[in-house]
Design a protein around this ligand. Structure first.
Ligand code: AMP
Ligand code: GLY
Length: 423
């Protein structure tokens, strides 16, 4: 069969690598893709938001399955466009992707259906938000309602910071229309865990857990980024916590979406905080995490096409989802200066060191193939994933592997997986 993947980051490279392992797949296309994806798929120069062009391409090439990796097209309704044209596609429809597209929607959903999350209030009026802050307890969290590349969340320690945050989001519109509405939420503390789940509208099957590192600098300092590294599984996500989440979070979320007439088919990413009062939902996403996919998918034993087909056909209950009994760590190699100002176009060397190395992966995020070779083309450049028998071995392997790749302004965090030592 022929598969089209929509997206261009490390996550889409990890999806493409999983799809390439399927015995059912003869040909992979990726729109728009990147230099690494181009080694296992044919990259197509169509942007992820060009829904009609993508659907035309899928029709022309008789694509059997299109997988949407990114949030923007999902929230924008790409799945509806494909389905209307009779094209098979994996991902939630627009009315279900809203669970990521609107934080106000997801908070109201959790409240209505009793799913554990931080206390909150939604605001569409800046004056009302400022008035609310007068008596609110600090620290407090402000969230832009819409998509903001993971950057629309402000943790405010003082009333002044919070007031300024409301102005930034709602009046200065730093994130555009994403800030037309904001969520003001109770500040929680605890360990964070990401659990990605396959969903068929009725059934939900959680994958192995992972933990991201969102801040740019060691010790969780610096600005929020798309994610600087991950490890899987999380040693803090115990069997008891998993059972609690299955009973109180995952299935209730599926049921809530169904009750609202918004059957969720695709990947539901549940961001959890393990608080003293039990696990609480930080956020939902409607797609694989990036760089969570880079540590979760390499450990999955199932044929990804079988699982995705079962989701689309509403028979996920028949799937026995299995993961390897090992661990994986992904260290992101970024351009120095990310997520603010950084230079692109630096030649990357050392890829040949990974040839034939089992259990190692170089997932491309921001790269481009030029006459000079593969060059950097973004803030997050590569994700170096390595497996190990346990987390410590995987971490040692991943950091050793980061030495095999060179480019001029290479930057990484040196403490990905530090939490492993506290487990
Ligand atoms: P989100 O995009 O909602 O996951 O938020 C991004 C990051 O902000 C999370 O990964 C947390 O580290 C932090 N965060 C979000 N909400 C809260 C909260 N209520 N309390 C403490 N930290 C939070
Ligand atoms: N790594 C977090 C995300 O994909 O949203």
């Amino acid at each position: 069969m022929k598969v089209l993947i929509v997206g261009s980051g490390g996550r889409e490279h990890a999806i493409a690598a999983s799809v390439a392992k399927s015995s059912k797949v003869d040909k992979i296309f990726c729109a728009p893709g990147n230099a690494g994806i181009g080694q296992i798929a044919e990259c197509v120069d169509i942007a992820a938001m060009e829904f009609d062009k993508l659907a035309d391409f899928a029709e022309e090439k008789a694509i059997d399955l299109t997988i949407i990796g990114m949030d923007d097209p999902l929230v924008g309704g790409i799945v509806d466009v494909f389905e209307k044209r009779g094209l098979r596609v994996f991902g939630p429809r627009k009315n279900a992707a809203i669970i990521e597209g609107s934080k106000a929607f997801s908070k109201d959903l959790m409240k209505k259906y009793g799913i554990p999350t931080a206390a909150y209030k939604n605001f569409t009026d800046a004056e009302e938000a400022l008035a609310y802050l007068e008596t609110a307890k600090m620290p407090i969290v402000l969230k832009a309602d819409g998509l903001a590349l993971g950057k629309g969340v402000l943790i405010c320690h003082t009333r002044e910071e919070a007031d300024a945050g409301v102005r930034t989001l709602m009046l200065d519109k730093q994130f555009g229309d994403a800030g037309n509405e904001i969520v003001i939420e109770e500040f929680m503390t605890g360990r964070e865990v990401s659990v990605l789940c396959y969903c068929d509208g009725t059934h939900i099957k959680p994958m192995t857990s992972a933990q991201d590192h969102k801040r740019a600098k060691d010790g969780d300092q610096g600005l929020n980024t798309g994610g600087m590294g991950t490890f899987s599984p999380s040693p803090f996500y115990t069997k008891e916590i998993q059972k609690f989440c299955e009973e109180n979070v995952y299935q209730p979320t599926m049921d809530a979406m169904k009750a609202e007439g918004r059957d969720f088919v695709g990947i539901l990413f549940v961001g959890l905080m393990l608080t003293e009062d039990g696990p609480k939902v930080l956020e939902y996403n409607a797609r694989f995490g990036d760089p969570e996919a880079q540590v979760v998918l390499p450990r999955m034993k199932n044929d990804i096409i079988d699982v995705m087909n079962a989701c689309i056909d509403g028979r996920l209950d028949e799937v026995d989802l299995q993961f390897e009994d090992n661990a994986a760590v992904c260290v992101v190699l970024a351009s120095d200066g990310y997520p603010e100002h950084y230079e692109k176009g630096k030649v990357i060397t050392g890829f040949e060191n990974f040839e034939g190395k089992d259990g190692y992966y170089v997932f491309h995020a921001g790269t481009k193939l030029t006459e000079e070779g593969i060059v950097t083309n973004g803030g997050r450049v590569l994700g170096i994933t390595a497996k190990g028998r346990d987390l410590k071995e995987a971490r040692a392997n991943a950091y050793a592997a980061t030495e095999l790749i060179q480019f001029e302004n290479k930057y990484m965090r040196n403490d990905i997986g530090r939490a492993i030592d506290e487990a």
